[in-house]
Write a new protein. Sequence first.
Length: 194
Amino acid sequence: MGSTPQPRRGNTRQRIQDVALELFAEQGYEKTSLREISERLDVTKAALYYHFKTKEDILVSIFDDLNRPIEELIAWGREQPRTLETKQELLHRYSEALTATAPLFRFMQENQATVRDLSIGSTIKDRLLALIDLIKEPEAPLTDQVRCVTALFTMHAGMFALKDLEGDPEDKRKAVLEVACELVTRAHSPGSGE
């Protein structure tokens, strides 16, 4: 008796997330309705409600799924010695995590006001502050603290600013990572805070 494999429940959830993120990016979070999401998916609103009750539920679930590696990275970083090698490894791992979450970060960039008003806004800020704390030394000269903060913002900006430049996306990611590592290395070197 041959049976066709049944789609896992998680597949529908993932499809809802993907389509919702597409629509949020295309027309904005505020202008996207649950009805439009269900129509694009070709499912009933009831089927959509089975998985998510609101647009915010969908967005929070996307955020939680895509940002789990960043939470794990922060936990890992807190257990490591505060060496230059650890900080560089944090940047390498963060670069990979950002690449994996590129669609979500694009959405957040284009919908900053909305994100700020939603529950994920404070979580994003908390995670960024935790990463900054892991790569900068509180007693370092101010210029070195700025270098460390700038390293993270360089990685974020690189995702958006470089997407329209010619070239291989992986080459661009590596170039951004190299600049971020140079900033942290300079901040970590004794006597660099002039």
